[in-house]
Ligand binder design. Structure first.
Ligand SMILES: Cc1cc2nc3c(=O)[nH]c(=O)nc-3n(C[C@H](O)[C@H](O)[C@H](O)COP(=O)(O)OP(=O)(O)OC[C@H]3O[C@@H](n4cnc5c(N)ncnc54)[C@H](O)[C@@H]3O)c2cc1C
Length: 478
């Protein structure tokens, strides 16, 4: 018997799934997913993200069932137990080979190495594939063979590689003969992870059909305007595909091909919207390569070691005010409410709130990174760490420490008429479009709402941040 097992992780889809296609080519295939709540808690995975995984698994189980591929669920508290759980399943089902799509990060790599050796000890082979990325980490390197630290240089090599050969979509497996193995029920809830509100769930319908619908609609109707619209949080200017990409409900290859199709196959010329969007897919790629090339970022260390000496403030009250959207700065509070209620935040605002926390409040970026991870439906170690280290000037190719966004200017520039702020802070709805950015200037009107006064003086706190970075032992950063 040449039975194959695909171990699904962050690749919850049938189409363009490299490991699934490879397994199905070799023989009758069974799928398994490991529920590992202890690991998810240790990784700060958000309850809404875990719920999204479960909802996608239910859809995927039906789609796999149509192909006679049973989807089994196994439980293991943490990844330490993965080798034993999988080895046992392989014995029970007489599995010949296990197939996985690569995941990146120190814990993920260690887990896979341990699983591979446990399986091989039982004569089961372990095959892993590039799938979550367009390019294999380690294959896009500088002339001296090191990982790139500057995005524009990394992108240049990616462009050369894309000119040489586009990553191809893999075939969707055909139905196989029915196996005498029953699919398991997918749990609807995991203890320790609160079920999100229906309103949040409704924003992120599960399944490949929804992911592909979003991609098609974005590529057909919105991509050309992406460059002009992507920075305005009140507009639906971005694809809102990140949750689907993070869970692997859609692949980066599918995204790339859709963007190329909308731009006559070009990624460097033609439609500036499509070029800009592909650029973002390459940022996603860049941060995952950084995670592999510089594993210290996976351990929550600063990419720039000298910035470990920044005198971060221990200011629990300020931190909680930021977390609970009570800073008294409308653009910050509106963005944080968007995060708390939807599990997602617009990219421009992720940068604004991250800079505010790390510069104006001078609070360690790791606090913000963890809080985001605990609430984001698209939480992804590489992108989240990259975004936080960019904003706090501790990362690779990050914002120079002296270029500190003013939340007020950002608010006026990117939410000029205050539409986004008023949506999330209805208590400010009577303010004019000028006052809404800084309600303390609204005189009497200010007194009629419960809205708090700013917790920090923007000018003084900016100077404090500049002084803190200038005081670093190695001198200037950025
Ligand atoms: C502080 C901070 C934290 C972030 N945390 C995450 C995170 O946990 N998960 C996450 O997927 N993205 C994260 N990002 C990146 C970015 O904000 C989101 O990917 C984007 O807002 C998702 O919306 P979208 O799908 O509409 O993106 P689009 O603008 O349509 O972009 C398409 C895709 O490209 C990728 N992408 C876009 N921008 C970036 C970027 N700067 N870095 C890496 N990938 C990018 C995403 O997969 C996204 O879905 C973070 C950014 C910052 C500044």
């Amino acid at each position: 018997m040449n039975r194959q097992l695909i171990w699904l992780r962050s690749d919850l889809r049938l189409h363009d799934n490299t490991a699934l296609a490879a397994a199905a080519q070799r023989g009758p295939t069974v799928a398994v997913y490991l529920i590992t709540p202890g690991q998810w808690l240790a990784h700060d995975d958000a309850p809404c993200k875990v719920d999204f995984w479960l909802r996608n698994l239910s859809k995927l189980s039906r789609a796999l069932g149509d192909l006679n591929v049973p989807l089994l669920i196994r439980h293991a508290a943490t990844w330490d137990q993965a080798p034993q759980a999988l080895a046992q399943l392989c014995r029970e089902l007489s599995i010949e080979a296990v197939h996985v799509n690569d995941e990146y990060g120190i814990h993920e790599s260690r887990r896979d190495a341990a699983v591979a050796s446990a399986l091989e000890a039982g004569n089961v082979s372990f095959h892993h594939y590039l799938d979550q990325l367009l390019f294999q980490p380690g294959s896009v390197l500088t002339k001296t063979g090191t990982y790139f630290q500057v995005f524009s240089q990394f992108r240049k090599v990616c462009y050369t590689r894309l000119h040489a050969a586009l990553p191809r979509l893999v075939e969707t497996p055909k139905a196989q003969a029915a196996l005498a193995v029953e699919s398991d029920l997918i749990p609807q809830h995991i203890s320790g992870f609160a079920t999100p509100d229906e309103s949040l769930r409704a924003l992120w319908p599960a399944g490949e059909d929804e992911a592909r619908r979003r991609l098609e609609q974005f590529a057909d109707e919105q991509i050309s305007d992406y460059k002009n619209e992507r920075d305005f949080p009140a507009k639906p200017g971005t694809s809102q595909l990140s949750a689907y990409l993070a869970a692997g409900v859609i692949s980066p290859r599918q995204c790339l091909h859709a963007a190329l199709q909308s731009n006559q196959g070009e990624f460097e010329s033609g439609d500036i919207g499509a070029i800009t969007w592909i650029n973002e897919l390459l940022w996603r790629e860049f941060y995952k390569h950084i995670l592999v090339g510089y594993p210290r970022v996976s351990r929550h260390r600063a990419f720039r070691p000298e910035t470990e000496a920044v005198p971060w403030r221990n200011a629990p009250e300020d931190l909680v005010a930021w977390q609970e959207a009570r800073t008294g700065l409308p653009i910050i509070d509106a963005a944080m409410r968007q995060l708390l209620e939807t599990g997602w935040m617009h990219n421009r605002l992720r940068m604004v709130v991250a800079m505010f926390l790390t510069k104006n409040l001078l609070i360690d970026w790791r606090e913000g990174e963890r809080f985001f991870m605990r609430h984001l439906i698209d939480g992804d170690l590489a992108a989240n760490n990259g975004g936080w280290q960019w904003s706090s000037s501790t990362g690779t190719d990050s914002a120079p420490y002296f270029r500190i966004f003013s939340p007020l200017s950002q608010s006026e520039k990117f939410d000029g008429d205050g539409r986004f702020i008023k949506h999330w802070l209805p208590e400010l709805s009577t303010l004019s479009k000028k006052e809404v950015h800084h309600p303390e200037t609204a005189g009497d009107l200010f007194g009629v709402t419960d809205y708090p006064r700013p917790i920090v003086d923007l000018k003084k706190s900016r100077d404090r941040a500049l002084a803190a970075f200038r005081s670093l032992p190695s001198g200037r950063v950025g």
